[in-house]
Ligand binder design. Structure first.
Ligand SMILES: N[C@@H](CCC(=O)N[C@@H](CS)C(=O)NCC(=O)O)C(=O)O
Length: 213
């Protein structure tokens, strides 16, 4: 399996965690988003949208971290990244989508670049914009995690799931921008618990070969 990857991609971070949790061996092809190599003709044949991540598994090309992770989940059943009951699966997918669909897209470099290049915002305005959406998204996660007895050591029970796979990269990105998590005890606790696990550590941007440090 080949992962089209970049250390600064929050969505690729999710896929790296899933592959590591499943113990799947994979190759990486690095696309430097600053150099826009993700817009090369060759990569557009893999993912017509030019976004990272995508995977190639033989003839199969898949874009979108959620679809990629569900593919990995179906292909490699152990350890399960989704609960065994429909209600639990719906809760975990809902938490994943809170981050992947309703928080992350508002904070991407495409959005910030557009705001800045169109003179709608300065660099500082764009940072303020990102922090506002990150805070709103993660506060929402905090409320759900705090109020539901399904929350355990991790977002759902005591095993990492798709929900943690979405949460950790988003928290990492928020902390990198300077967001304070003092009023998000569940988010902070689960973030720390995940980072104790080798699968999350190995997927971390600091461990990526593409990271110049
Ligand atoms: N919903 C997509 C998001 C993909 C995405 O926005 N990727 C970003 C990096 S995290 C990207 O490739 N940005 C490059 C660009 O906008 O040119 C997913 O979950 O895979």
């Amino acid at each position: 399996m080949i992962l089209h990857d970049y250390y600064r991609s929050t969505s690729a971070f999710r896929v790296r965690i899933a592959l590591n949790l499943k113990g799947v061996e994979y190759e990486t092809k690095i696309h430097d988003l600053d150099q826009q190599t993700n817009r090369s003709e060759d990569y557009l044949k893999v993912n017509a949208f030019g976004l990272i991540p995508a995977i190639e598994d033989g003839e199969v090309h898949i874009a979108q971290s959620g679809a990629i992770i569900e593919y990995i989940e179906e292909k490699f059943s152990h350890p399960a990244l989704l609960p065994s009951d429909p209600k639990g699966r719906a809760r975990v997918r809902s938490l994943f989508n809170q981050v992947a669909c309703d928080t992350h897209p508002l904070t991407t470099r495409r959005v910030a670049n557009y705001l800045q290049h169109s003179n709608y915002a300065t660099e500082n305005d764009a940072r303020t914009w990102k922090l506002a959406w990150l805070r709103e998204g993660l506060m929402g996660m905090e409320k759900v995690l705090a109020s539901d007895f399904c929350t355990g050591e991790f977002c759902h029970g005591d095993q990492p799931s798709l929900a943690d796979i979405a949460l950790v990269p988003q928290v990492y990105s928020a902390l990198s921008l300077g967001l304070q998590l003092d009023d998000m005890p569940n988010v902070s606790r689960i973030y720390s618990a995940c980072l104790e696990l080798p699968a999350f550590q190995k997927a971390h941007p600091d461990s990526c070969v593409s990271n110049p440090h």
